[in-house]
Design a protein around this ligand. Structure first.
Ligand SMILES: [Zn+2]
Length: 124
């Protein structure tokens, strides 16, 4: 009996609070409260990441919109930088048959013409 307990005594801890678990070996949490808190914490952190990216996307679109309005315009790359434009986020990439690459932000797009100049335009 004691030997059996020795084999089974791998210490398992609650995934939320870290307290040692007793009982069924497939248990991951002390109780429902820890299970719920764990789920909440995980959803919360992924929601924070999603919100942060969504905010950047919308901000970028607003910057492009304020530049191009309903048409197209060439601006200095620095203008975008000055407006806290985040070059790392976009909703898509559109490649033309001439192999030019447009970075999409919803209904707006931009293309780097050279190191300094960026073409900003409203799509359709
Ligand atoms: Zn717990």
């Amino acid at each position: 009996m004691n030997d059996m307990e020795g084999v089974a005594s791998v210490k398992r801890c609650c995934a939320f609070c870290g307290k040692e678990l007793k009982g069924r070996s497939d248990k991951r949490f002390c109780d429902d409260a820890c299970r719920n808190n764990y789920g909440y914490k995980h959803n919360k952190s992924s929601n924070i990441a999603i919100n942060r990216i969504n905010k950047s996307l919308l901000h970028n679109r607003n910057v492009l919109k304020s530049i191009a309005k309903c048409g197209k315009k060439v601006v200095k790359r620095q203008t975008l930088v000055d407006n806290d434009f985040n070059f790392d986020v976009m909703t898509g990439v559109y490649k033309t048959y001439k192999d030019q690459e447009y970075k999409m932000l919803y209904d707006y797009a931009y293309k780097c013409i050279n190191d300094d100049d960026v073409l900003v335009l409203k799509c359709c």
